[in-house]
Design a protein around this ligand. Structure first.
Ligand code: GRG
Length: 291
């Protein structure tokens, strides 16, 4: 069931992105950009946005630009994450990483182009939402992506290699590196649903917690996953001396931590009753996933 939902949502976002790029001038970077963002990937962040839309009665047309821009930022982060100066991976989504297929310079430029395309997609005049909300979405996307978010989290991740870090330091790093984009998904849907400040803060932190849960699952897959299913090299964290909750607590205790975190998240969704059932399914998938 969840698999069908993911495939269907990914198709819709891919279709939007293909059409969007078709309307732009051709360039040499279109192919590495498409390779990075369109071909493959679960597009789980888009599914979360659509699930949230169900809770707040927002249709997909209102949400699709946010989904596409999030997938551009996410794919950009993966392209750059695989570069030799970062995590130095050659395989991504079961295929050669973008820099292996197109060369390092093109991968850097395609990543940069996806970053800026994300903002263009929200700012687009055909995306007809309230201009004040549009402005807030753009500001939040920038805040979650830059040194206060993903990029800052990645810097910490690299600096923490082969160092002993405590639980708070690791959680803070992972909430930035992975959690901030999930946080943006929640916050932007809250903005579109015209939620007040208190609810927006609540949604942002819930998104961050789901991002942390997602990262924990990623760390479990690095140890017990199947390389073909995961689509990228596994058993790398230990070799690289990555600071993760698994390396700090051990596999069993980290699993317990993740299970409790999931329980806490699901409890917070209780107030939305049946409307949250799709999001609850996605959260169950996030921790139980094998890809
Ligand atoms: C993007 C602003 C920005 C900066 C770049 C390189 C970098 C700085 C950040 C790396 C962040 C990173 C790679 C975090 C890991 C998040 C994670 C667990 C990714 C895997 O996501 P999936 O499983 O991937 O959703 P698919 O392939 O399904 O799309």
């Amino acid at each position: 069931m969840i698999r069908n939902k993911l495939i269907q949502n990914a198709r819709e976002v891919d279709k939007f992105l293909i059409n969007y790029l078709k309307k732009q001038d051709r360039s040499l970077l279109i192919n590495p950009m498409k390779y990075g963002v369109i071909s493959g990937g679960k597009k789980i962040r888009s599914t979360i946005i659509f699930d949230l839309g169900k809770i707040f009665n927002l249709n997909k047309k209102k949400l699709i630009n946010v989904c596409a821009s999030v997938e551009c930022i996410h794919s950009y982060s993966l392209i750059h994450d695989d570069l030799p100066c970062m995590d130095d991976d050659k395989i991504r989504r079961g295929k050669p990483a973008t820099h292996i297929k197109f060369g390092e310079a093109s991968a850097v430029l395609a990543g940069n182009s996806l970053l800026t395309l994300a903002f263009e997609i929200i700012a687009d005049q055909n995306y007809s939402i309230n201009p004040r909300i549009k402005n807030q979405i753009i500001k939040s996307l920038a805040h979650c992506s830059c040194h206060t978010g993903i990029a800052g989290g990645q810097e910490l991740d690299l600096r923490f290699e082969k160092k002993i870090k405590n639980l708070n330091q690791i959680v803070n790093m992972q909430k930035k590196k992975t959690g901030k984009l999930f946080s943006f998904c929640f916050y932007s849907v809250g903005l579109l649903a015209k939620k007040n400040d208190r609810e927006s803060v609540f949604l942002s932190s819930l998104g961050e917690e789901i991002g942390l849960l997602f990262q924990l699952a990623d760390d479990f897959l690095d140890i017990k996953g199947n390389k073909r299913m995961v689509g990228k090299p596994i058993r790398k964290d230990n070799k690289k001396g990555k600071s993760t909750l698994v390396s700090l607590l051990g596999y069993e205790k980290a699993q317990k931590y993740a299970y409790n975190l999931k329980k806490k998240i699901l409890l917070k969704l209780k107030k939305h009753g049946k409307k949250a059932s799709d999001l609850k399914d996605t959260i169950e998938f996030i921790l139980g996933r094998n890809f």
